[in-house]
Design a protein around this ligand. Structure first.
Ligand SMILES: Nc1ncnc2c1ncn2[C@@H]1O[C@H](COP(=O)(O)OP(=O)(O)OP(=O)(O)O)[C@@H](O)[C@H]1O
Length: 315
């Protein structure tokens, strides 16, 4: 658990973070969102003491970060930044191995861990382990950055606009990867973005910031349904809220399940139980269907979802 209590950070006369209170529970993904200069990165960098705070208290699992050894603190916090920060003259494998190496793990353990992480992040070790960062695409380099942050299995992951510089498709892929990895490893994560759609997709809770303060701290659904102010309402997009809520809702919530799963051909692009209601509606509109079959992860048809039900209850 991470707790920020009345935390302030000043740069000269600028108050970058203003008496901020925030609790991030163990295993949750807290996304800090807000416009440029509102204090998101400063907040993140105070947690791992890359920046000292001017006032207040920051606690990790109940212990004041100022009372901890800064290096030890950082070794237990993976840190991912935009543009990766990979060492250009080190191979991918060596970059990923950086923290285990500092921790003096035996070589076999490091090699096994590098291979495990590359596989987890969908990077073929045989193809990529000996490459240098400039030989990778932006998306691959960002995956290496995430692998490096996870290498020594830290309890906490700090991510500062990690996907901000990527094209929309690569960003979407990495967001999906992150959700998958998070289901497997469940790190306490603080994620900074200015993209509200990214926040809605990834967060267990979102902290909306403005001028160094938290305006609202709540689940994606509550932020959409009950924005605390005009500022939050504008940020989430007043007119777009219905569709955004549909993006949060899985098909399994609104489908009519068959009594028994049926063996039928799922086919490419089939709708699965975990897909969003918004995707199911989009496919039905495109194919001009009133209903569409829903499949489980094993490719069995488990039910149907209808356009009518989505229109009635989708948001
Ligand atoms: N090293 C610094 N020296 C002086 N002022 C700074 C410094 N770092 C940040 N600031 C100021 O503190 C405020 C908050 O900056 P911060 O980088 O935390 O915002 P942000 O929300 O992360 O913005 P962005 O999305 O653009 O990265 C801004 O007014 C910024 O100009």
């Amino acid at each position: 658990m991470i707790e920020l209590k009345n935390v302030t950070r000043r740069f000269g006369n600028t108050v970058a973070v203003d008496n901020l209170n925030l609790t991030i529970e163990t295993g949750e993904v807290c996304v800090l969102v807000g416009s440029s200069g509102c204090g998101k990165s400063t907040t993140l960098r105070m947690i791992n003491r890359l920046l000292p705070h001017s006032a207040g208290e920051i606690l990790v699992d109940g212990e004041d970060v100022n009372a901890m050894n800064a290096e030890q603190l950082r070794l237990n916090m993976g840190y991912v930044i935009q543009g990766t920060g990979l060492f250009p003259h080190w191979t991918v494998a060596r970059n990923i191995a950086m923290v285990p190496h500092l921790l003096k793990w035996p070589k076999e353990r490091i090699d096994a861990r590098v291979e495990e992480l590359m596989t987890l992040l969908d990077l073929d070790p045989a193809t990529h382990a000996s490459k240098y960062p400039q030989q990778l695409s932006g998306g691959q380099a960002q995956r290496v950055g995430v692998a490096r942050a996870l290498a020594a299995d830290p309890n906490i992951l700090l991510m500062d606009e990690p996907f901000g510089a990527l094209d929309a498709i690569t960003r979407d892929n990495l967001q999906m990867e992150m959700l998958r990895i998070q289901r497997q490893v469940r790190k306490t994560t603080v994620f900074v973005t200015h993209d509200i759609d990214e926040a809605l997709k990834l967060a267990t809770r979102i902290a909306v910031m403005d001028q160094g303060r938290i305006i609202q701290h709540d689940t994606p659904e509550n932020i959409l349904r009950h924005p605390a102010s005009d500022f939050v309402e504008n940020l989430v997009g007043k007119q777009d809220r219905g569709l955004k809520l549909m993006s949060l809702r899985p098909v399994r919530d609104l489908m009519s399940a068959h009594a028994e799963p049926r063996q039928s051909e799922a086919g490419e692009g089939a709708i699965t139980e975990g897909d969003s209601v918004r995707l199911a509606l989009s496919v039905m509109l495109w194919k001009d269907l009133g209903e569409i079959a829903v499949f489980n992860a094993r490719g069995q048809e488990t039910g149907v979802i209808t356009r009518e039900r989505i229109i009635q209850e989708g948001a």
